[in-house]
Design a protein around this ligand. Structure first.
Ligand SMILES: Cc1cc2nc3c(=O)[nH]c(=O)nc-3n(C[C@H](O)[C@H](O)[C@H](O)COP(=O)(O)OP(=O)(O)OC[C@H]3O[C@@H](n4cnc5c(N)ncnc54)[C@H](O)[C@@H]3O)c2cc1C
Length: 378
């Protein structure tokens, strides 16, 4: 008797990307444009909600498609640094500093751009496992099928499953965000409050014309009762007191102290999966899209060369994260002193940083000089 065993056909790609957030969608767009055969797998159906204040610093502009403006809700020209929602120091800029996006539409927009460039997008499909990290192909398993690829990109966020399959048990820090209904019209400034939590801050960012994103981040994860503290912050904030809270949820940020998890063999990690958020603001969108550019610049037929290039180019980002961590130490360990001494010119310095005109190293050195002059009796 002849027995036929049928194997389901396994599709082959150059690159399988897991996660259609800013990191994954950008990587898929750039790699497809270069001519790689790319599959982008996203477990949700887009547009999907993503807990995020949606602030994209202007330094991300050159890493985004030219018409990303279409996804922008608010353009920010100024900032207010306050002490527990009470007193504020204000500064404004002639040029935009930050743009606010709605993450559901922004991520959909980036994914459609990837599709336009030729990426195959599978929505509603969950990555489960990979095998054969060092073989000629990496094997990728999802809840809908199996694929083979030369490279696997794990861009599946703070609770990355690719990272867990790889063997990491990382604990990202919790962050809480509420959407509050309030008529703010064309508000073009953000509010940041210190003095609320250890190593962190509260924020109020406009989201369209009639709602704001309000949140609390303790970027070393040392605060337990963030939800209650956020409710107190909202109740006591002059802009928000008595306004309707439409939602209040928590999610995670994997803050870096100066290193990134890059992957190994044929696995490359990007964005939150690699731990790419800074320890001052918890900003991640800029790093996610920048890292996707670095990966796309490095990818070649040679695995060895790709790994070498990716590791080397990420060192610049890692240095930024280290100086971000040092800046965080300076700012958050001395929050009272910081607020007592802060002046509009300090905020203007930070605006320059957000526009990409200064690095975290320069901000840190500026901070040290200001700190020493604040302590000096002369
Ligand atoms: C409350 C809060 C506020 C924030 N505010 C800001 C801000 O204002 N500005 C800023 O720059 N950053 C902010 N961040 C950080 C920012 O959201 C992240 O750094 C950014 O989203 C990282 O992008 P990413 O593409 O790496 O991951 P994500 O955006 O998390 O995307 C990962 C994608 O992978 C998908 N996925 C997950 N698991 C699987 C799986 N097994 N199979 C298939 N798909 C999967 C997810 O559905 C998701 O679509 C905030 C974070 C939080 C929690």
């Amino acid at each position: 008797m002849v027995c036929f065993i049928s194997f389901p056909s396994v599709r082959v790609y150059d690159v399988v990307v897991v996660g259609a957030g800013p990191a994954g969608a950008t990587a898929a767009r750039l790699l497809s444009r270069i001519g790689f055969k790319v599959l982008l797998i996203e477990k949700r159906r887009l547009p999907r909600p993503k807990l995020c204040a949606g602030a994209v610093s202007l330094r991300a502009d050159k890493y985004l498609p030219p018409d990303w403006e279409n996804a922008v809700l608010n353009t920010i020209y100024g900032g207010n640094l306050g002490w527990r929602g009470e007193r504020y120091v204000n500064a404004r800029s002639k040029e935009p500093v930050v743009k606010i996006v709605d993450r559901a539409s922004f991520d959909l927009y980036l994914t459609l751009k990837a599709e336009d460039e030729g990426a195959e997008v599978h929505q509603g499909e969950t990555f489960l496992n990979f095998r054969n990290l060092y073989g000629n192909y990496i094997e990728v398993e999802t809840d809908r099928g199996s694929y083979r690829a030369k490279y696997l990109v794990g861009a599946d966020g703070a609770l990355s499953r690719t990272l867990r399959v790889y063997g990491y048990d990382r604990k990202p820090v919790p962050v809480v965000e509420a959407i509050v209904e309030t008529r703010i019209g064309d508000m073009d400034e953000v509010f940041i409050d210190i003095g609320l939590v250890k190593w962190g801050y509260g924020w109020v960012f406009p989201h369209g014309e009639d709602r704001v994103s309000v949140g609390l981040a303790s970027l070393k994860g040392e605060v337990r009762n963030l939800r209650d503290l956020l409710k107190d912050y909202i109740e006591n904030h002059p802009l928000l007191r008595g306004k309707k809270i439409l939602s209040l949820k928590g999610w995670f940020i994997p803050t870096s102290k100066g290193s990134l998890i890059k992957g190994e063999g044929r696995l490359f990690l990007l964005g939150d999966a690699s731990g790419a958020t800074d320890a001052v603001l918890g900003e991640g969108i800029y790093y996610a899209v920048r890292q996707a550019h670095i990966f796309a610049d490095c990818l070649s037929e040679s695995l060895e060369e790709t790994r070498r290039c990716y590791g080397k180019r990420l060192k610049t980002l890692e240095r930024e994260f280290l100086f971000a961590y040092l800046t965080g130490g300076l700012a958050y360990n001395f929050q009272g002193l910081l607020f007592k001494k802060v002046q509009p010119r300090d905020l203007e310095e930070f605006f320059q940083f957000l526009r990409g005109e200064l690095t975290f190293k320069e901000i840190f050195l500026y901070g040290v000089r200001r700190f020493l002059s604040a302590l000096s009796p002369f």
